[in-house]
Design a protein around this ligand. Structure first.
Ligand SMILES: [Zn+2]
Length: 199
């Protein structure tokens, strides 16, 4: 069967790296892509390669960006004494959509997860510490998700920030426990940021 041929297996494997895509969805997407006219499938892969090459990590906040440093880090109107720490670039998008936050960000690219062998050294924590040491940062808002791993990471960060005399606060009201920040609505997120508490 053609679905077992090595090139199709490779495509299925690639599609399964997408969030929420299991074996069945991967097969459905693969079949769809293979049924499209060749020029459309080729444009699909060319667009993916071009976008991937154009986007990298901001050298300062580690968010995804097409300019270095990113537009937020370069914006002179942003309050550079406040850094909001998030797990993923999706959380920056969610908070920016609300429009009420005027500080900077730092993207960890994950959370501490001992069960999966992810320790602090695997995350963008050293780069955060470097930033708070080099710059006049007064407050670090920890906006990791309210999952068990997000809480462990928040406590770890608060302890590290205390070593450098930096006040760490945690987003509070409204963000559902066990939830991802990207699923909260704009108002809930803004309230959570405004209602942050010292850790
Ligand atoms: Zn940046």
């Amino acid at each position: 069967m053609f679905m077992q041929s090595p090139p199709v297996e490779r495509l299925l494997e690639s599609l399964r790296r997408l969030p929420g895509v299991g074996r069945k969805s991967a097969e459905r997407y693969a079949l769809h892509l293979l049924t499209l006219p060749p020029e459309i499938s080729e444009e699909f892969s060319a667009a993916l390669i071009a976008a991937r090459r154009a986007i990298g990590w901001c050298p300062l906040c580690k968010n995804l960006t097409d300019i270095m440093p990113c537009a937020i880090c370069q914006d002179p109107k942003r309050d550079c004494t406040t850094i909001c720490v998030v797990e993923r670039p999706t959380a920056v998008l969610a908070i920016e959509k609300g429009g009420g936050y005027r500080g900077l960000y730092h993207v960890l690219h994950g959370v501490i997860n001992p069960l999966e062998g992810i320790g602090p050294e695997a995350l963008q924590i050293d780069t955060l510490i470097e930033r708070v040491q080099k710059n006049d940062v007064k407050e670090v808002i920890i906006a990791t998700n309210t999952t068990a791993e997000g809480e462990v990471t928040a406590l770890y960060l608060a302890k590290r920030m205390a070593e450098f005399g930096i006040q760490a606060t945690r987003i509070a009201h409204g963000v559902p426990m066990g939830g991802g920040l990207e699923y909260a609505d704009d108002v809930t997120l803004l309230r959570a940021l405004e209602g942050r508490l010292p850790l």
